[in-house]
Write a protein that binds this ligand. Structure first.
Ligand SMILES: C[S@@+](CC[C@H](N)C(=O)[O-])C[C@H]1O[C@@H](n2cnc3c(N)ncnc32)[C@H](O)[C@@H]1O
Length: 261
């Protein structure tokens, strides 16, 4: 029997979305503005690269909104890709590539040489400054002229620290309240994944490859060299071959940056 027949992939997709929304209550709004920008720049039938797709939440919204689009979903995590494959089973608009986007050869595994849009969310903060700079240069090479890159992630405007702190404090209070009411965090969610027999093998591969998220993060994890300012992303995109770039949305914790090739 295939894994697709043994578990409810839609339930896993929904549970992933709820877990992510606990961290980012504005996540759907962020996707909406992202896809507004894709549609505005690339039209109703774009060829899209969903970079570090996870369970495929962006592609899910993309294909509901623009049924004539197609999506290449790339991610390194075997467990999340297993859920995404189950969720999009039989949808020939979606292609999957399991790859590490910091590997210099990752683009060679893509089914297309050029894209109308590259989209990514809550992912690139996992990369340190220099690998991210180099990835931005590579993405400029993957987009057609006039194509658009959109990165929604944890980043902020450093010029207003008291406003940022006040908004973060409100977000933290709300998260604590939701936790009291049973919201799953990252570690809880992975415990649940590892308990599903249809996902246990993929979860074990994930834990071996990327670490076990059920355990507390390593003490040095917060000290890595990772860009946190929206301005860094805008300036680096311009430096790496994009012709214009700006923030198109922000919340207490996140911003969405758009850049044109
Ligand atoms: C928090 S998830 C976000 C997934 C999805 N974009 C969403 O918004 O639901 C971050 C994703 O980035 C992926 N990722 C992190 N580093 C990566 C790398 N070097 N190559 C490919 N994927 C990576 C992780 O495996 C994970 O699926």
């Amino acid at each position: 029997m295939t894994a697709t027949a043994t578990t409810d992939w839609q339930r896993w997709q929904t549970s992933w979305d709820r877990q992510q929304e606990w961290y980012m209550p504005d996540r759907e709004e962020r996707f909406r503005v992202m896809l507004d920008t894709v549609e505005a720049v690339a039209g109703p039938t774009p060829r899209v690269l969903d970079l570090a797709c996870g369970t495929g939440s962006i592609s899910d919204r993309l294909l509901r909104r623009l049924p004539g689009a197609d999506s290449t979903c790339v991610d390194i995590d075997p467990a999340l890709v297993t859920i995404a494959r189950g969720h999009f089973a039989d949808d020939d608009r979606v292609t999957f590539v399991e790859a590490d986007v910091t590997d210099p050869a990752w683009t060679e595994r893509l089914p297309h040489a050029s894209y109308d849009a590259v989209v990514t969310a809550t992912a690139l903060h996992w990369l340190d400054t220099e690998p991210l700079r180099s990835l931005y240069g590579g993405l400029a090479g993957l987009l057609r002229e006039g194509g658009v890159f959109l990165n929604a992630d944890h980043m902020h405007d450093g010029s207003a620290p008291r406003i940022n702190a006040a908004l973060q404090a409100l977000l933290t209070r709300r998260k604590e309240e939701q936790r009291q009411r049973g919201a799953l965090d990252w570690a809880d969610w992975w415990h649940a994944v590892a308990r599903d027999p249809s996902l246990a093998d993929a979860a074990a591969r994930r834990f071996a490859l990327l670490g076990d998220p059920r355990q507390p993060p390593a003490p040095d994890a917060a000290r890595r060299d990772r860009p946190v300012l929206t301005r860094w992303h805008i300036e680096t995109l311009l430096e790496q071959g994009f012709t214009e770039a700006r923030q198109v949305w922000c919340s207490a914790s996140d911003a969405l940056v758009a850049a044109l090739r």
